[in-house]
Ligand binder design. Structure first.
Ligand SMILES: [Cu+2]
Length: 373
């Protein structure tokens, strides 16, 4: 919280936010703020998006919802651009921090577990407020090679765990489209991510001098938050049901407002996704989702992050990522189960283009529970 006064000391860079603002303006011009009725019966499993989508639905006046999500994401091996590269190739690359001259530590696997707690409340039919916070548990296994040779000295594991960033925002009714298969409505999302996650996580490492050193600041991807206040705008289209089918989509962005207290900011991010869902029975729907994102590189640097490892090189950040996901939504129809939602989604990275050398994304499994009243 000590960096609160820094907020606004710099004009936000809206490179990625700019095209979102464009979409926002166009949709406003098409239909000024209205109060379209909420899509359809909330008891339909497909009235919520696949569980990996955030801010997809609004609520009726006076309605509350709580949710718990658990995500488990895995990464394995390294990519340079789109090509997977071996440890030996990583060891050829220069170390930004100068000493040793080349990279000497190579990430092997990374596992990120996130548990997200969310709440939604609609004071009226136009606005739904939302809050979300998360707990992270990230584990990375790395190999260390000798400073002067290509000899494998050994492996070590680094871990960070704790509270992540907290998002507060609102979903605002947009307009309605009444054109055949495009029949549906859209809403705007505007949220602020508050830097409640630590960016000073430390761990012990095996150095290229074959020494175990503790209390080293962990590389950027191991930190629990961005350290910055981030604006998260979104635009979501929810298709009305066409029998058992629906086709919806969302455009979202993350715009960092300032550098964090350690002297850097993560790259801004744009995210586009579309999903189709099919109701299989009154209580269950299946979904397929395609998403693509682009993230800019990290700017600035944390002087305490100096390991000769790709994840500590500031120019090895950002890039493009696309996923294909399959999921199920369940919602209880009667009795004790009535209104209780359970959802799961399996996500596979299908395209990744890294700036520099980064770990290769694999699968993510997301499980969620939601209850509104
Ligand atoms: Cu909700």
């Amino acid at each position: 919280m000590t960096y609160f006064p820094k907020l606004g000391t710099r004009v936000p860079k809206l490179k990625i936010g700019a095209w979102w603002l464009f979409a926002f303006t166009v949709s406003f011009a098409l239909a000024p703020l209205s109060h379209p009725a909420l899509a359809d019966t909330p008891s339909r499993p497909d009235s919520h998006a696949p569980i990996g989508v955030m801010g997809d639905h609004r609520h009726k006046a006076g309605e509350w919802m709580v949710s718990v999500r658990h995500m488990d994401m895995s990464m394995k091996g390294n990519l340079k651009g789109r090509q997977s590269i071996s440890d030996a190739q990583v060891l050829q690359l220069p170390n930004q921090h100068g000493s040793p001259a080349n990279l000497r530590v190579v990430p092997q696997t990374m596992d990120m577990k996130m548990t997200m707690l969310g709440a939604m409340y609609a004071p009226n039919d136009t606005i739904t407020l939302l809050a979300m916070t998360m707990q992270h548990e990230t584990t990375m296994r790395l190999n260390t090679y000798g400073a002067m040779s290509q000899t494998l000295l050994g492996s070590f594991t680094s871990q960070s765990e704790g509270l992540g960033d907290t998002t507060l925002g609102a979903l605002i009714a947009g307009g309605e489209i009444d054109k055949g298969i495009l029949n549906g409505q859209w809403h705007y999302g505007l949220a602020l991510s508050v830097p409640t996650g630590s960016i000073k996580q430390t761990g012990s490492v095996l150095s290229p001098m074959n020494m175990r050193a503790s209390g080293k600041r962990l590389p950027y991807p191991m930190q629990l938050g961005s350290g910055t206040y981030d604006v998260k705008p979104s635009l979501t289209f929810n298709n009305a049901a066409h029998g058992d089918w629906r086709y919806s989509g969302q455009l979202a962005a993350v715009v960092r407002l300032d550098d964090n207290a350690q002297g850097y900011r993560l790259g801004d991010k744009a995210h586009l996704q579309a999903w189709a869902s099919r109701r299989l029975a009154p209580f269950v729907s299946a979904s397929m989702r395609l998403d693509a994102s682009h993230q800019q590189g990290l700017k600035g640097s944390d002087a305490a992050i100096t390991l000769p490892v790709p994840t500590a090189q500031t120019n090895f950040s950002g890039g493009q990522l696309a996923h294909l996901s399959f999921g199920f939504n369940f919602v209880g129809q009667a009795g004790l189960l009535h209104g209780h939602r359970l959802a799961l989604e399996w996500t596979r990275a299908i395209h990744q283009k890294a700036r520099g050398v980064q770990m290769q994304h694999q699968d993510t499994l997301t499980l969620g529970y939601q209850k509104a009243w």
